[in-house]
Design a protein around this ligand. Structure first.
Ligand code: SF4
Length: 293
C-alpha cells in the first residue's frame, strides 16, 4: 500500500517506489555528471535502500559511488549494523569505508556518556556530522547521499518548531549545504518523499539481510516523542505528515532568505573544519571530555 492507500502487487510497489525516488532526484537535480557520491551508510533500511537505488541508477550513467559508515561506538547496536552494512556493500559491489570515533577521538559514545552529563543524541549527532563531512571530503565526494525519509524530515521540522530553533529548519530540505562553505559537502536526500513505512516495505520486499532494531538511546529521545505524536496524528488524520512537509517546502525559499546566517561560516581555530563559531562543536565536545577526567 502507498501513502494514499492504493494497493499494489510486489512488483508494482517496487516500481512505484523507485519511480517516485527517481522523480525526486530529477526534480531537485540531485545527480550531476562527474559527481562522486558518498552514501552515509549505517546498515539500516534507509541507507541500504538509498544506496541500492543510487547504485542502480549510476550503473547506467557513470558517476562514482562509495559508502562511508561512521561508527559512533554504541555497543550492542552499531557493531551489528556494521556486519549488515559490510555484507550489503559486498553484495552490491560498493566500496565501504568505516571511520570510528574511537580511532579518531580515542573515545566513542558509550565512554562519553559515562563522563558527560549530556543528551546521547547530541553527542552522537555532533560526532557523526563532523566525521561524515570530514571523511567524505577526504574521499573527494561532491555530494553525500543520506537515507532521510519523509518521517525523519517531518519530525525534524516539528522538533525545531517545538524548541524554537527555526534557524535550523532553514538548513533542511531535499538538498542542503549548497553555499555554506567550501569545506561543507552538499547533502542530497533521495528518499525525501517516501514514508518510513514505505521504506520498510521496500527493503523487506527486497529481502535484504538487515536488522530493523533501533538504537538503545532512541527510546527516551525527544525525536522518539515527536515521532509517536506524528504517527498518532497520521492515524487519526491521514495526510498529516505530507502536510508538514509540503507546507515546509512552500515556505523554505523565504525561510532560507530571511534566516541566512548573518556572519560567514568560519574555519574552526582548533581543527580548521567549517564552523558557525570560532571553535566548532566537536572541538567543544573534546574539550568537555578531556576536562571531565
Ligand atoms: Fe545516535 Fe541518538 Fe540516533 Fe542513537 S538514537 S544513533 S544516539 S542520534
Amino acid at each position: 500500500m502507498d501513502q494514499s492507500g492504493k494497493r499494489y502487487t510486489k512488483s508494482q510497489f517496487l516500481r512505484y517506489f523507485e519511480a517516485k525516488v527517481m522523480r525526486t532526484i530529477r526534480k531537485y537535480s540531485m545527480l550531476e555528471k562527474g559527481d562522486k557520491l558518498v552514501v552515509a551508510m549505517s546498515g539500516g533500511k534507509d541507507s541500504v535502500t538509498v544506496a541500492h537505488i543510487i547504485n542502480h541508477i549510476i550503473s547506467k550513467r557513470g558517476e562514482q559511488l562509495e559508502a562511508l559508515l561512521i561508527d559512533e561506538g554504541i555497543s550492542g547496536y552499531r557493531n551489528t549494523t556494521i556486519i549488515d552494512a559490510k555484507k550489503f556493500c559486498k553484495d552490491e559491489g560498493i566500496k565501504l569505508k568505516i571511520v570510528s570515533s574511537k580511532q579518531e577521538f580515542k573515545f566513542g559514545l558509550d565512554e562519553a556518556l559515562k563522563k558527560l552529563n549530556m543528551n546521547p543524541c547530541n553527542i552522537c549527532g555532533t560526532m557523526r556530522r563532523y566525521l561524515l563531512n570530514k571523511h567524505s571530503r577526504k574521499l573527494k565526494a561532491t555530494k553525500v547521499v543520506t537515507g532521510h525519509n519523509l518521517d525523519d524530515e517531518a519530525q525534524t521540522i516539528l522538533m525545531n518548531q517545538y524548541k524554537g530553533n527555526v534557524q535550523l529548519s532553514a538548513k533542511l530540505g531535499p538538498v542542503t549545504g549548497i553555499t555554506e562553505h567550501e569545506k561543507f559537502i552538499r547533502r542530497i536526500k533521495p528518499l525525501y518523499f517516501m514514508t518510513e513505512k514505505e521504506v520498510t516495505v521496500y527493503s523487506t520486499l527486497k529481502g535484504w539481510d538487515i536488522k530493523y532494531t533501533e538504537c538503545p538511546n532512541a527510546r527516551d529521545s525527544f525525536r522518539s516523542g515527536v515521532r509517536d505524536q506524528i504517527n498518532n496524528m497520521e492515524n487519526d488524520y491521514p495526510g498529516v505528515k505530507n502536510g508538514i512537509i509540503n507546507s515546509f517546502l512552500e515556505i523554505m525559499p523565504e525561510l532560507r532568505k530571511i534566516l541566512k546566517p548573518k556572519s560567514k561560516i568560519l574555519n574552526c581555530k582548533k581543527c580548521d573544519e567549517p564552523s558557525a563559531r570560532p571553535i566548532c562543536s566537536m572541538c567543544d565536545l573534546l574539550e568537555k571530555y578531556s576536562k571531565s577526567d
